[in-house]
Design a protein. Structure first.
Length: 255
């Protein structure tokens, strides 16, 4: 039986496959320890299950409920366990600053400008896998920052996309972000409607997601409450005080 002759295309295909396998092994080696996600309560378990099963996940809840930790831990686990499918973690966050302090006027590269706003993500990654591994993933482009204004025209393939502060994102930007989803991609929206501070007369991305997208099979939503707070116990009491203040303002027509 005659041996099959390799042409240039065959050789290039094998080289590409070898490089892909090498890159996957490199990614796994960067995260040198297993990622064990410790859920604290039933609602956190529901969040993890939803992210596993759905293409687009919406996680709502007050500060201290572990929204960012769960999203970051799950994203790292996807990248470590399935590097051939999920090659990148893309971080997106609404940045609201005064007009005279817009991002474009700050010194440094775009990544340097965004760094301060991405601290909640980075600090969680470092807690989960350590500073050295986190730095390696960022240096190699596996953890990437994407400003919303640069998302138009981008297709996000093979990615876990985490979008924070969804309550500050406009309807137009929501449309842009949701239609970026590509092959082998999951999007995780994080937010707290009560922390909305811009465009209060218009519904935010988070409000629109809750009200209009719940019927889509590939999407899911889990709402955490003050009962799910896992940070400092005093946060539950702080949240309840602010709820009383807001109710009083509504009654007096100041809300």
């Amino acid at each position: 039986m005659a041996k099959r002759k390799y042409g240039e295309d065959d050789i290039e295909e094998e080289i590409a496959q070898w490089e892909e396998e090498r890159k996957n092994i490199k990614t796994q080696n960067m995260i040198d320890k297993g990622i064990n996600i410790k859920c604290r309560g039933q609602k956190q378990k529901e969040v993890i299950q939803m992210i596993d099963e759905k293409d687009i996940s919406i996680v709502i809840g007050p500060p201290g409920t572990g929204k960012t930790y769960l999203a970051c831990a799950k994203a790292l686990k996807f990248v470590k366990d399935n590097p051939g499918t999920y090659k990148k973690i893309t971080l997106i966050k609404s940045v609201n600053v005064p007009k005279d302090e817009e991002i474009g006027y700050l010194k440094g590269t775009m990544e340097e400008k965004m760094e301060m706003y991405m601290y909640p993500f980075i600090s969680n990654f470092e807690k989960i896998i350590g500073k050295v591994a986190c730095t390696s993933l960022r240096t190699n482009g596996i953890i990437d920052i994407l400003p919303i204004k640069f998302a138009l025209g981008v297709t996000l393939d093979d990615s876990i996309v985490i979008i924070d502060e969804a309550q500050q994102i406009s309807k137009d930007n929501l449309r842009t972000l949701m239609t970026r989803i590509g092959q082998n991609t999951k999007i995780i929206f994080l937010g707290d409607v009560k922390q909305k501070s811009v465009n209060k007369r218009h519904k935010s991305a988070l409000e629109l997601l809750i009200e209009h997208f719940h019927g889509i099979e590939e999407m899911g939503c889990v709402e955490l409450t003050e009962d799910d707070v896992v940070r400092h116990p005093i946060i539950k009491k702080i949240i309840k005080v602010f709820e009383r203040i807001e109710k009083a303002e509504d009654l007096n027509g100041q809300g």
